[in-house]
Ligand binder design. Structure first.
Ligand code: HPA
Length: 271
């Protein structure tokens, strides 16, 4: 991987006049709007970056965006990669490795997720304070490069506590309802059955989604502090489960997005 990473990072540096981001951002389904707050300096299509996987979803535009957000230098992935698209875990997380090599010191992640907690309603936000990985593989499987991180990384605090506290304060100050909870990562792309939603709640989940955890594991492997937030786009409550379409999920994400964007934007300015 070292050789591929070197090639990718050299290409990006060349195309961005050596732009050195301090913060990496991964935006989830229907949540690309934070990009509108960035004073964009450079944009690279994934398809032009050597070794970058290409997002196969047409609603994911697949661009790496470099610029300033509240005076901080950021690199944002507009369009994330999912395991269900057929990539390996190493491919999905390759951009996080590249962002680290470019210099990021923090990672911010957003996603759309289904609520498992009856108190957490569709359209609410949830700061992720822990996770359960039900995806079938770890992105760290295979030989370990000890220059990047340890063979057996600690995961006792995968989400930065200070950032969680600050985010909740920002939400309170802006009258935004924002919960905290446990995110469970599943493979997808199918949504869950009633029995599965029931099971996910019983094992300790507050929200379920198909992303985020691979990126968080890799960021932790490289000792990058992480902040992650879910927009709850549907309610996986078994007794009253209704069919839900991708269009509805994206619609709810769009409606709730300005609240999330406000929190992320203010949180980034505190760094
Ligand atoms: N389950 C899994 N992934 C999701 C959901 C869900 O209910 N909603 C948004 N992403």
């Amino acid at each position: 991987m070292f050789q591929a990473l070197h090639e990718t990072v050299e290409y990006i540096k060349r195309k961005t006049d050596n732009f050195q981001p301090e913060i990496g951002i991964v935006l989830g389904t229907g949540l690309g709007g934070l990009v509108n707050e960035i004073q964009v300096e450079y944009q690279l299509m994934y398809s032009n970056i050597p070794n970058f996987p290409i997002s196969t979803l047409e609603f994911h535009t697949g661009k790496l965006i470099f610029g300033k957000l509240n005076d901080k230098r950021v690199v944002a992935m507009q369009g994330r990669l999912h395991y269900y698209e057929g990539y390996s875990m190493q491919q999905i997380t390759f951009p996080i490795r590249a962002m680290k090599a470019l210099g990021i010191a923090h990672l911010f992640v957003s996603n759309a997720a289904g609520s498992l907690n009856p108190e957490f309603k569709k359209g609410d936000l949830m700061v992720i304070n822990d996770h359960i990985n039900l995806q079938p593989e770890s992105p760290l499987r295979g030989s370990n490069d000890s220059d990047m991180g340890p063979r057996f990384p600690d995961m006792s605090q995968p989400y930065n506590r200070t950032l969680i506290k600050q985010a909740i304060n920002i939400a309170n100050n802006n009258n935004i309802k924002c919960h905290q909870g446990v995110y469970i990562a599943v493979t997808g792309p199918n949504l869950e059955t009633k029995a599965e939603y029931n099971y996910l709640r019983i094992i300790g989940g507050d929200a379920v989604g198909m992303s985020t955890v691979p990126e968080v594991i890799v960021a932790n492997h490289m000792s990058i502090p992480v902040f992650a937030i879910s927009v709850l786009t549907d309610e996986g409550f078994p007794e009253v489960l209704e069919p839900v379409s991708l269009e509805e999920i994206i619609e709810t994400a769009k409606i709730a997005e300005p609240k999330m964007t406000k929190i992320l934007s203010q949180l980034i300015s505190t760094l």
